[in-house]
Design a protein around this ligand. Sequence first.
Ligand SMILES: [Zn+2]
Ligand SMILES: [Zn+2]
Length: 852
Amino acid sequence: MTSNDFSFARHAPRDDLESSSAATVSAGPGPGPAPADLLRRLRARGAADPVTHVERVPARAGVPAPWPSWAPAELRAAFTRRGVVAPWQHQAEAANLAYEGQHVVVATGTASGKSLAYQLPALATLLADPRATVLYLAPTKALAADQVRAVAALELEGVRPACYDGDTPRAEREWIRRHSRFVLTNPDMLHHGILPGHAQWSGFLRRLAYVVIDECHTYRGVFGSHVAHVLRRLRRQCARFGATPVFVLASATSGDPATTAGRLTGLPVTAVTEDASPRGGVTFALWEPPLLPPDSGSAFPPALPRGSSPSAPPHDASDSLPSQGSSPSAPSQGSSPSAPSQGSSPSAPSQADGGHDDLRQVRRSALRETADLLADTVAEGVRTLAFVRSRKGAEVVAANARRALDDAVPGLGGRVAAYRGGYLREERRELERALLHGDLLGLASTNALELGVDLVGLDAVLICGYPGTRASLWQQAGRAGRSGQEALAVLVARDDPLDTYLVHHPEAIFGAPVEATVLDPANPYVLAPQLACAAVEAPLTPADLALFGEGAKEAVGELVAAGALRQRPTGWYWRHRERPEVDLRGEGGAPVAVVESSTGRLLGTVDGGSSHFLLHPGAVYLHQGVSYVVDQLDLADGCALVHAEEPDWSTHARDVTDLSVVSVRSYVDAGPVGMFLGEVDVTSQVVSYQRRRIATGEVIDTRPLDLPTRELRTVAVWFTLSPRSLALAGVQPADVPGALHAAEHAAIGLLPLMATCDRWDIGGLSTALHPDTEAPTVFVYDGHPGGAGFAERAYGTAAAWLRATRDAIAECGCETGCPSCVQSPKCGNGNNPLSKPDAIRVLDVVLTNLPD
Ligand SMILES: [Zn+2]
Ligand SMILES: [Zn+2]
């Protein structure tokens, strides 16, 4: 496939057939120092060795397989012309299964050539049967456009591949429906366009042989649950026309891909997971920034801007450089999530107003560490790419590296740049060109997907903070390595419990994957609207209830009761003239618009769930690095009025959360410990906010807020412990709240290890005595109405999840708790009370009693 071996990310998530451009990559400057030597010099820099682990990922030779005998000569010749001499073993295996009619998911590394696995059976079928059709789904239009080019480049007679999405001109749509036999689209278009217009698509659907679902790990959580039902609606329409297509899915490596693909499609799916593609060797170091001495005045500005860019992962915020004194203040809540805040028992008073509860940075910041590493590698003449999670962070890393280099050799700083979204295409190309040719040696960038296609073949990649999933991590690391050369990759841990865990548990990165893509098609908040859509497309029959699965019968009953469906002898009919409006990416609560009063300019939107936290009156709101203060939050109109102002304080909302158990779905009785999964009602109210000085973290004051309560019915996992077991473990009664609260924070931080969720998708609550459980209890719940599968996954992997949580806390070198272990950037209770040593005792009690 690709000649540039360790290039499993030469084109963001793509891994298609074009390998020719890899040659341009090696046109850079001469080889740098060997990775092992380079690493030795980097780690010798400070007093303590920050490297916790070095993994030599060996080069791997590919395992080719013969072309399947059923692949027509014409198709083989077309692939050979594109540089594919033979398929790799996993491609051939998946292709054979699909050609035999089995639903299959191929879950292998980035750039392992997953495209060939579905192109082979799909195109062979199109060539053999001149009537057959193929439907390809990608999560993004860009990916579909990419694939249509790859298929078109094969120049196969009569296939006529075409993209059909929101950008397709009206004039072309009819031609595509009638003549294209390989239609590439996305789930939104399938949901909004193709399925409602099934009559016009009947000819295409009747002949549908394959459905390809690319990058299927992106269909997770609530969105994934919606997509699961869109696929059931597709299967239903195909069945009406007499077609039963084979599903071929491509996924990033993950835990249990067959189960996830089965949930997504509702079909039994076979997984192919053995990657037989070649790769180059890489030296991969795990790097934990050192603890700062306690007297170093470490009350840094609490945060880099959050809330400025909806795409920026919010908890980058605890990464801050003291030298960024001008960095605008930030509220302590994230921008993206709808998850409600967590808090301990609402009755627990906040005693934290003396500034002791600030998110003190006790470790050297990952941004600062990355900036230093970037400066050091550039000084060695090593072409280096640093990945930083936020745009602001990327700029900070570049600026600090430049400054350090200029101090050493005036002018050398000019060889480092920042790269972020928002640049013009030409500017991006220029930066890429400069890096590839060695005019530029260091680049600090936000995530790989924003990069152009040809930025690979670097000598070193620095990853500032775990990017959230193993797939992203390997995609970023895969930018390193030129043909035949070893490369260096360094993961720099941020002060986050998951990062702490990973740098001390390399097996979680380099061993078998455990994180699974989760979705929950039985979520009633997803199921009911999807059944309504299905009923519009064709009346629902009792047989359909089985297709839509668990909960469908109840959901139909509720739709009938609500007057949306009418039951007749032939089935359930949609009663209204208009179609239901269902957004696949919908979140509870309409987004709130942020409007500058003086100009009427719309600055951005914040999702409904976060608006109380981020846009309460008096909140400091950041938008693209500019600071605004909220004058008014108008919930009825869904807008917040703001004015530009840069105060020298940040704002931090506080909430009270109440939770009641609605029902228990499943539980494990483990003596003094109980583990539960069930439905809960969460009521939360943002009641006040603190203002804190940016420079010192000192609390200026706490101001009350008058905002309504909000309610969420969702799914939670919770555990209880008997007071006696806690006493025996040495937890004093007065320390129980802090112990549970600390365990809850860390458990939320570690859940992304087990499921592809973000800490911000999840909420929690802990209390020394809960009225429904009558025991000390820690709850962790999905932040989405009806649940998204995260709590369920946590319950299913409880022992492993809490073991990792316990280890992350115990292995953090701090004394009393820090953001790397038990403090949370989104605590609605100001990180108070927290007891790190007692949290370990609590988790030990759970783990001793809970069966594995
Ligand atoms: Zn710690
Ligand atoms: Zn908390």
